[in-house]
Structures are given as C-alpha cells and as structure tokens.
Design a protein around this ligand. Structure first.
Ligand code: ADP
Ligand code: MG
Ligand code: MG
Length: 925
C-alpha cells in the first residue's frame, strides 16, 4: 500500500515538493525537539491523485492511513476524536511547496458536534470557550468545505452582537456565542439543504477534499499564473492535520506571529504581534488590535523568555530569518508554523551581513540569499510607503525611482529653470537626442509615447533618473505647454511626481524616501567583488557619470560613448557646423574647436577613473541624428518666410510714414533698423536652408544599418582622427602630471579586419605625434566592438588586430534576429511573448541559445588567435543578472552596464561564480 501520510516525527523536512512547505517545516521542527502539537501531513501525491480522479474520490488507503494517524494523535494527547467527554480536535491546513499567502484554506476546531461540544465544555469548565470554538468551526467549515458564503454568517453574527449590545467580539457572553452557533447551523442547513455533518471522520474527509480542491480553485490558479509558479516549483497541496491548541482559553493563553528579526529594517530584534485569549485568525483578521511582542515581557514574564528561546532555536537551525506562528495554551508555548521570512531589500542586506558576522551563515551564503535584482529597491528614491494617493495616469515603468518637480514641456525651459535650482519634470510626447540638456536639468522624464527602450527610457536609465514612458492616458500639447490626463490638466509650473518603478504619475509633490547605500551594502558588495571572477565596469559618458560609477564600485569604464559629449547645448552648434561643412577645411575648422572640448572631457574622465581602464568608443551614430528633423526645419522656414514678408511690409510702412511726416511736419518714426534687421532674417533663412539641404542629403532608408560607426570614421577620417587625438592628448596630459591612466580606443560597427587596420593606422599616426609633442610615453589599447554578425564569425582574424573585444549585444541581438528593435518591441514582440514563440524579450534578456551561442563561438575563435584577449559586454544585457551568469560561464572578463546597475551587476557576478562552483550552469538550459 502506498504511503500517503507522514507523521511529523517521520516526514523529511527537506521534501517540500511532497510535504509542502508548511508540512516539511513542521516535520523538521518536531524532529529537532520544538514543541509542535502532534500532527501529520497528507502528501501532495495524494492531492494530485485525487484531482486526477474524475470521480473525485480520495485515493485508496488515504482514509485508512488517516485513521491510523488519528490513533497516534489520540495516544499522544490522551484524548479521543469524537469523544463526548474529552474530545480531540484538529485543524486541517493547506500548504504547498511555494507559499501562496491567503490563497488556500484552513479549518480550525474540527471534530466538534453537539456531543463533543458538551465534553469540551465539561472538560475545560469553560462554556464561553466551548461555544466560541464551535461557532468558529461551523463558519470556517461551512465556508471552506461546504461553500457557504461568509456574508451569511457575518449577518447573523452582527445581529447577535447588536442584540447583545456589544461592540467587540470579546465582550460576547457564552449565551450569545451559543445563539450564534445555533444560527450558524441553521445557515448551513438552509444554504446546503442538509444538516451540518456531525460525524468527525465525515467532517475530516470533507475537509481534506476541500483543501485539495482549493488547489484548483480560481483564486489559487490565478495566483500561480500571476507569480509564474510552475508545476516544477509547486504541484498540488499537502494537507496538515494538527492537534488543536487553544489560545482562547483565558488570560494565560495567547496567539501570535513573529519574525526572528525586523523584516522592515533587518535589525536583530524579535518582531511581531500577539493577542491574549484569541485564536490564530484573530491576529490577521484585524478584529482586535494586537500588541507588539515586546509587551509580552511584562504581560507574560514566564512565557517571554521561552518565546525568545524559540526564536533562537529557529534561527540557529535554519540559518535564516524565520517568520513563525505560535500559540500559548494555558501557559504552554507551541510553535505552529515556520518559514523563511520575506523582507525588503535593505533588511535582506542588513541581515545577510549581520548573520554572516554572527557566524550563522558564510559570506557566500550571505551573498546568495539576496536576489541581485532586488537591490534596485535600495538604490533609488522611492515613494514614501505611507503615501496613499491615486495616480492621474500610468505609463510604463521605464527607469526606476521617484521624483517630483515642476512640469516643463521642452528641454531649453528645463535647462533654464534647472540652472536656477528649480526642480523640474520634463514632459514630452517623446524625446530625441537634442533634448539631452533637458535630461541633465530634470529630476525625471515623462513621455506619452514610446516603450521601455525608447530614447527617453534608455537615456534616463543611463543617468539613473526616473522615467515614465508611453503614458498613453496623457495628451501632451507642447505648443500650449499643457498636458491633459483625464480631467486633470498639468500646466507649465504645476508640480507633479513620477514613480518610474511603478509607472504612476501623481499631481503634487509626493514625499519620497531614500534608502541609500548603507554601510552593510558596501560590505556585502566588497564580499561580492571577492567572490566574483567577472569585473564590473560602467557605461559612463561624462565626468559626472564617471564619478558616480566609481561611487557604485565600478572597476573601470567599459563604454564611454563620445557622441553623448556632443549633445551639450553649447557644443551641438559646433557639431552641426562640422556636419554641414561643405569642404574638408570647413569641417576641420569645426573639429579644431571640438578637440579641446573632448580632450578636457577625456582628461577628467581618465583622472577620475585612474588607475582604472576607460574604454572610449569612437563616434557611432549616423551624423544626421545631431540635426533637427526635416519637418521641424520646414516649419521653421515657413515661419521665417512669413516674418520676412512682414518685415518688408514694415519697410513699406516706414517709407510711407516718412512721406506723410514730410507733409505734416511730424517727428520721424523708428527706422526699419530699430524694428528688426531683414538681413539677419535672411542669413538665418539661408543657414536653415543649408541644414535642410544637408538633412536631405544625409537621409537614409535604414539609418541603423547605414552610414554610421566605423563606416563614418573611414569616410570622414578627420572626425575619428580628432577623437583619437583628444583621447591620446588627454592621456598624455595626465601622464605628465603623474596620473596613471589606461585609455582604450574602441571601434564600433566593425565587420572586417580591414576596417580595424584602417583605424589602427590613424591611431598609430596620431599616437606618434602625441608622444613627440608631449614628450611622454602614452599607453593605450586598441579594440573592437563585436556587434555585427560577421565580426563574430571573423573573430579570429579581428583578434590579430584587436587587443580587446566588447560585445555590443543590443545591435548584435538586432542583427542576429534581423529584428529592428523599435519595430519589434512596438509591434510583434509582445505577441510573440504572449503566445510563447519567444520566452523573453531578447533585448532585455540575452538570448543565450542564439546570440549567446554566437558570442561563445567568437570568444573561442578570438582566443585561438590571441590567447587571453580581454573580452567584455557593454550592451544593456551587461546589467541583467541572468545574462551576467551566462557571460561568466562563456569566459568573458568583464561586464559593463549603466552606473546605477553596477551594484546589481557586482552581486550578480558573485552569484554567477558561486552558482557555477555549485555546478549550476545556465548553458544548455
Ligand atoms: P495560513 O497558511 O493561511 O497561515 P494556517 O494553516 O497556518 O493558515 O492556519 C491559520 C491560522 O490558524 C494560523 O494563525 C494558525 O496558527 C492557526 N492554527 C492552525 N492550526 C492550528 C492548531 N492546530 N491549533 C491552533 N491554531 C492553529
Ligand atoms: Mg500560517
Ligand atoms: Mg552598437
């Protein structure tokens, strides 16, 4: 006969799949000698067999084994189930391998009926307690096992309370509770058409089936779907049958829940609540206000030390913060449940560090306890958790954190106000590279269009600023400087709050809290760096970003995008001059003006990062990205032509007035010059026309596959030469000052070694000149982005020229899938994910099987030509924990991600190594 049931003395505490979390832990703590009421657990196997049976019969042998086990409980408690003198009562509790709070049901006080009730009262001498237990049982059993709606019971309960004239349950007399029990029995009879089952074993069987059924109940099914609980994680629920202990037997009885440490802060103090003279569900139900556990020291001075002892034994056994339930029956403490405590990120970090220092866990365990992704919570300001307001609109949570400020509708305005120290939120339909100065000035960014990978989202994430993108419920009117969200109107200057973690938008300034980089987090991340093999670098484009990256613990800069340096508002005009230039000389003149600016940036960045490496990527985007778009130019030109006409009109007016003045002898009015200079308008018009002309010439059908990256560098070598010179001169200046710096020059979009050779020659020429000019040796490295499929295939040959590779997995993913990212994410990807054609969005989660495989091959080929070639990743995947594990496994040397993700990546890099050491691989899964 199959074994369907394990007593708490025999079940294997590790087998949560079979016994459920609650059952397994109850077995475990029974076996280590904690005071658990006698009980047993019916396996999830029994549940699955039952649910598979079309007749919905319990599998053969279950009830027989239940009888045997009940015999043991009777023996252990010296009570009898169904006994009219001193009845044994039990609870019937659900519990699957994964905790699903509030999803499934528990029945207390099972075994009561008219006869056993008399025995219970006689034996305890407590009539009130007897009826209180009875009415609780009828209601719970009625609801859970017989499907009687709770409201029907609640109505009767309230009616009696009203009749008795009492406000709180505890004031009800035994006679009131008796009346309630009778009314409840009538409710059941009326609703089910049958009397309430009196036979205790019949009650037990119905209850077991009801708990099994609740596994497939809508609530539970929805919950599992919502939280992605698969059948591998939890399949079926176990049922626990536990001897009842009573916290409602008087003032020497109580019930409560505890956390072995404070789950809000992680502080090492017992935390929780209890209620005297109450049963378990009263604490959660919120009918009476429970007291903090600390009060027990005074109220129950004998029991409190026992509770502390229970706390200590739980922690020393589990080496983990525990969340436990207890009940005190007439001065005896019982533990009814324990499980690992759920905590917020800062509590997790603090308890990790403290438990490791206490010797309860190792440093490795301290690291592995924390999900790297959860650190995000600690690194950005959050809305005050006490805040309970309604959002006026919701968009995509595009960049985490919360911020408040005055609404502004264009980047210039943001910059002006920002310079005055005013906090602003930049609101746009969507943003473009030319809005970048607005990003610098703003606390947060809100767009009504675009996805999580729109320009606004990507740039905001890079800067660590909150962003809500694609808030389609908001209509942005930039001309009117207003935004409309339902009935709410946001005018320029109105204060609003963004929550980039949830995507919510609120009117007014909502208070935020900053958790910050605690000393515990600093310690934990130091441990992580020790455990990790992968280095973590930052993507940082400006000295300001570099300084922040350093604070977050970056070990260098893996990607410095030089074009971001061009976007500052005083530089963009020079960049435009460079692009619009018709001759090489004109272009060179503009480049000469850019050189000192870039050199100063590089010098600052190199110094800040000294002695860490800084990888500078030469210009990558198509240059027309720096120009305004055609439509905008056409509109402006139209307005200028209108202006020109009006000014001609003014000239006519002035001439006419002059004539009139002559005849009337009046004073002459202002001259045309005072009204405005037509020549200035003319020159603006011709400049705009020139730009328009250039925009049209540069137009590309597929800009992302067009004239960009090294293609640009080869067609306009003077641009790359200027950038190379800026890097090397900056390095020379630092070297002269005795600051050790390690610049690395990286070429984007490479597909053939000939491109690399071409740029390398430029670098070598400039390098010789710079060393001669400055009279110092300048150290640098030269490498290639790996973001083109052909580059990966030719890795062996590229490695002959490149000292390092850096996988640009954003472009490489586009190229491998032949998906244009913007189109994919807006059009078909969501559908692909929904119907399971693709599991994840490959732009967020590295596609290990395809893109990853290509990377692995390229690493191997590259190293065959140049053993030990340094290889990293600088795409957005570089900050994604699962992708980091993969990068570690294929032997990359570093990952590079935006500064705010550096702490997450540091922990993930440690996880990668520790899990791999444990034999857990992510390849081939
Ligand atoms: P949940 O999983 O929803 O917490 P439980 O099975 O833990 O459900 O039980 C609900 C409440 O009933 C808890 O407060 C628990 O402590 C209490 N309880 C369960 N079994 C017993 C028992 N045998 N004696 C006393 N209280 C019990
Ligand atoms: Mg519980
Ligand atoms: Mg790229």
């Amino acid at each position: 006969m199959k074994k369907w049931i394990y007593s708490y003395h025999e079940g294997n505490g590790k087998d949560k799949q079979l016994l459920g979390g609650k059952g397994a832990n109850l077995c475990e703590i029974t076996q280590i000698g904690l005071n658990v009421p006698p009980g047993f657990v019916i396996t999830t196997d029994a549940c699955l067999s039952y649910l598979n049976d079309p007749e919905r019969q319990l599998p053969d042998g279950v009830m027989a084994q239940v009888h045997d086990q009940m015999g043991m409980l009777e023996h252990a408690t010296s009570k009898r189930f169904g006994d009219a003198n001193d009845p044994l009562l039990v609870s019937v509790r659900s519990g699957s391998a994964m905790s699903m709070p509030g999803m499934m049901d528990t029945i207390l006080n099972l075994g009561l009926n008219a006869q056993t009730l008399v025995g219970l009262i006689a034996h305890t001498g407590n009539e009130r307690f007897g009826y209180d237990s009875y009415r609780r049982f009828i209601q719970l059993f009625g609801k859970v096992a017989l499907g009687v709606p709770d409201e029907l019971f609640d109505e009767q309960f309230e009616a009696v309370k009203k009749k008795a004239g009492v406000a709180v349950d505890i004031a009800l007399q035994a006679s009131d509770l008796q009346e309630i029990s009778e009314r409840f029995l009538a409710v059941v009879q009326h609703h089910t058409g049958k009397p309430f089952p009196a036979d205790p074993y019949e009650q037990l069987e119905i209850a077991i089936k009801a708990v099994f059924n609740s596994w497939m109940g809508k609530r539970a099914v929805d919950y599992r779907r919502e939280f992605n609980i698969t059948t591998e994680m939890a399949n079926g629920t176990a049922v626990n049958i536990v001897t009842m202990v009573f916290g409602n037997m008087g003032t020497d009885s109580a019930t409560g829940v505890g956390f072995t440490r404070n789950p809000g802060t992680g502080e090492n103090v017992l935390y929780g609540e209890y209620l005297v003279n109450a049963q378990g569900e009263d604490v959660v139900a919120g009918i009476r206000t429970p007291k903090p556990l600390q009060d027990m020291a005074e109220e129950m001075p004998v029991l409190f030390p026992q509770l502390m002892d229970l706390r200590n034994r739980l922690e020393t056994h589990y080496h983990e913060v525990q969340d436990f339930e207890f009940t005190i029956e007439k001065g005896v403490l019982y533990c009814l449940q324990t499980r690992n405590g759920k905590m917020n990120a800062s509590a997790m970090v603090r308890t990790s560090v403290e438990m490791a220092r206490e010797g309860l866990i190792t440093e490795q365990e301290a690291l592995l306890r924390i999900n790297p992704q959860h650190l995000e919570q600690m690194l950005y300001p959050r809305l005050d958790p006490k805040f309970k307001g309604t959002a006026i609109a919701t968009g995509l949570p595009a960049s985490p954190g919360a911020a408040s400020g005055q609404a502004v509708f264009d980047a210039d305005r943001a910059e002006t106000l920002g310079k005055q120290g005013i906090k602003v939120i930049l609101i746009r339909e969507e943003t473009k590279p030319e809005d970048i100065h607005g990003f610098f000035a703003a606390q947060g960014i809100l767009t009504s269009r675009g996805g999580k990978t729109s320009h606004a989202a990507v740039v905001a994430r890079g800067m660590g600023k909150p962003c809500v993108a694609g808030a389609e419920g908001i209509h942005v009117d930039v001309q009117l400087r207003k935004a409309f969200a339902g009935n709410a109107i946001i005018k320029e200057g109105d204060v609003l709050t963004l929550d980039g973690t949830s995507g919510n938008i609120y009117l007014g300034a909502v208070p935020t809290v900053e958790t910050g980089f605690s000393t515990e987090l600093t310690t934990l991340l130091e441990w992580a760096d020790k455990a990790a093999r992968l280095k973590v670098m930052a993507n940082a484009d400006t000295p300001h970003d570099a300084a922040r990256a350093l604070q977050y613990g970056a070990q260098g800069i893996g990607l410095c995008r030089t074009e971001r340096m061009f976007n500052a508002s005083e530089r963009l005009p020079i960049v435009i001059d460079m692009i619009v230039a018709d001759t090489t000389e004109q272009r060179q003149a503009a480049l000469d003006r850019l050189l000192p600016i870039q050199r100063a940036d590089f010098r600052d960045v190199l110094k800040i990062m000294s002695p860490r490496p800084v990888t500078v990527r030469l210009l990558d985007p198509p240059i027309h990205e720096f120009l305004p778009n055609e439509q905008q130019l056409l509109n402006e030109l139209e307005q200028l032509h209108h202006l020109r006409l009006s000014m001609q009109g003014m000239e006519v007016l002035v001439e006419t007035v002059k004539l009139l003045a002559g005849s009337h002898g009046e004073a002459l009015p202002a001259t045309v010059h005072e009204l405005g200079d037509t020549r200035m308008v003319d020159s603006v018009i011709s400049r705009k026309e020139q730009i328009l002309q250039k925009v049209r010439t540069l137009h590309e059908v597929n800009p992302m596959l067009g004239h960009r990256g090294v293609r640009l560098g080869i067609t306009f070598p003077e641009i790359y030469t200027m950038q190379i010179r800026a890097v090397l001169e900056a390095a020379a200046e630092c070297t002269k000052e005795g600051v050790p710096v390690f610049p690395e020059i990286m070429v984007p979009q490479v597909c053939t070694v000939e491109e690399l050779k071409y740029v390398k020659r430029l670098v070598e020429t400039v390098h010789q000149q710079v060393e001669a000019d400055f009279g110092v040796k300048v150290h640098y490295e030269f490498g290639s982005m790996m973001e083109v499929v052909r580059a990966c295939m030719r890795a062996e040959s590229l490695a002959e020229e490149a000292q390092f590779f850096s996988f640009g997995t954003n472009d490489l993913t586009q190229a491998s899938f032949s998906f244009s990212r913007e189109d994919a994410e807006n059009k078909f990807l969501p559908m692909y994910n929904d119907c399971g054609i693709l599991q994840d969005n490959p732009f967020e989660v590295l596609d290990v099987k395809g893109v990853g495989k290509l990377m692995g091959l390229a690493v191997g080929w590259g190293r065959s030509a140049r053993p030990g070639i340094k290889v990293g990743i600088c795409g957005e995947h570089g900050g994604h924990p699962a992708s980091i594990r993969f990068c570690d496994e294929i032997g990359l040397d570093y990952v590079s991600c935006s500064a705010p993700r550096v702490p997450i990546a540091r922990l993930a890099a440690a996880h990668a190594r520790l899990l791999l050491d444990q034999g857990q691989s992510v390849i081939g899964k």
